[in-house]
Design a protein around this ligand. Structure first.
Ligand code: 3PG
Length: 305
């Protein structure tokens, strides 16, 4: 079987080597397409691939149509909103993710962004400390939980809106469960987003939540830009001169938002999972999931069952 790694944003070289080794040891063929600029390059590379490993690369219906031999796609990472699940299912292609494998990297970045904004993007103005402040986590999956635990260690009070976790589970981590997103924003000096982009969450966070935050409130986004109502965000920043927004996924209206100086920060490219460790964990897990699925049919991480 031919296993193609197609990543616009490449994995660390050691992770690529590790993936290659797993694939070849299992008797398969390894192929690599990195830093491609045009979709046409991906369409051509997938045409004879049996398995595909991607990161945030868009696996659209067009890509799946072109991949005539494709049997399995593994998104090396958590969010699989970049894969057209319906089209994949239509082609009987298995889609998996590698949950938890890059969580620590994203969680560390969320904490770093919080401190960076608290210190005015490391400019000379007087900042604030995060110890004693309240952090609200929107969702409490692998990443949300790690951010919460790290924030607790830094002396923060941590709240979470966690639909699928009970109060006791959160309390065991020293985290308070809140019942509504309204309450989360109203009580939190910092809110960090850790939910996927779904029909329900797209455009869900905007003006009303932001302006309900305490003075100096700061929103941290290491999740997806689609969760933000960008017009609402811009209006909130305009109306409340104390609010801040730091994001790992540049918003479409970044140019407009740049007017707010250090109250806005956006990474130039999504950096959350961009550590050697996360690349290694997620990349190797993806390769193992593919070789295991070919060998045994193990579909534990399939998301389109
Ligand atoms: C994820 O969903 O796992 C993260 O957003 C990381 O995405 P990346 O692999 O494109 O950096």
């Amino acid at each position: 079987m031919k296993v193609l790694v197609a990543t616009q944003k490449p994995f660390a070289p050691a992770a690529v080597e590790g993936i290659k080794e797993i694939v070849e040891k299992a008797g398969h063929t390894f192929a690599l397409l990195e830093k491609y600029a045009e979709t046409a390059e991906l369409l051509s590379a997938v045409s004879d691939a049996d398995a595909l490993i991607v990161r945030s690369d868009k696996v659209t219906a067009e890509v799946l149509d072109a991949a005539r031999q494709l049997k399995i796609v593994v998104r090396a990472g958590a969010g699989y909103d970049n894969v057209d699940l319906e089209a994949a299912t239509g082609h009987h292609i298995v889609v998996m993710n590698t949950p938890g494998q890059n969580s620590n990297a994203v969680a560390e970045l969320a904490i770093a962004m919080m401190i960076y904004e608290a210190r005015n993007c490391f400019t000379s103005g007087t900042g604030c400390e995060i110890m004693g402040k309240t952090l609200g986590l929107l969702a409490y999956g692998h990443i949300g939980r790690l951010v919460g635990l790290k924030a607790k260690a830094l002396g923060m009070n941590v709240l979470a809106f966690a639909r699928h976790k009970d109060k006791e589970t959160l309390a065991a981590d020293g985290v308070e469960k809140v019942d509504t997103v309204e309450e989360l924003f109203k009580r939190s000096n910092f809110v960090s987003l850790h939910c996927p982009a779904t029909a329900e969450t797209k455009g869900a966070i905007g003006y009303d939540y932001l302006v309900s935050m305490p003075k100096g409130g700061c929103l941290i986004n290491t999740a997806r830009k689609e969760i933000i109502d960008e017009a609402g965000l811009a209006k909130a920043l305009e109306d409340r001169v104390d609010l801040k927004y730091a994001t790992d996924i540049a918003p479409d209206n970044l140019e407009e938002l740049k007017a707010y100086g250090t109250r806005i920060w956006a990474s130039s490219k999504k950096m959350g999972a961009q550590t050697a460790e996360a690349n290694m964990n997620a990349g190797l897990a993806a390769a193992r999931q593919i070789t295991d699925w070919f060998a045994t049919g193990n579909d534990q991480f399939q998301v389109n069952k």
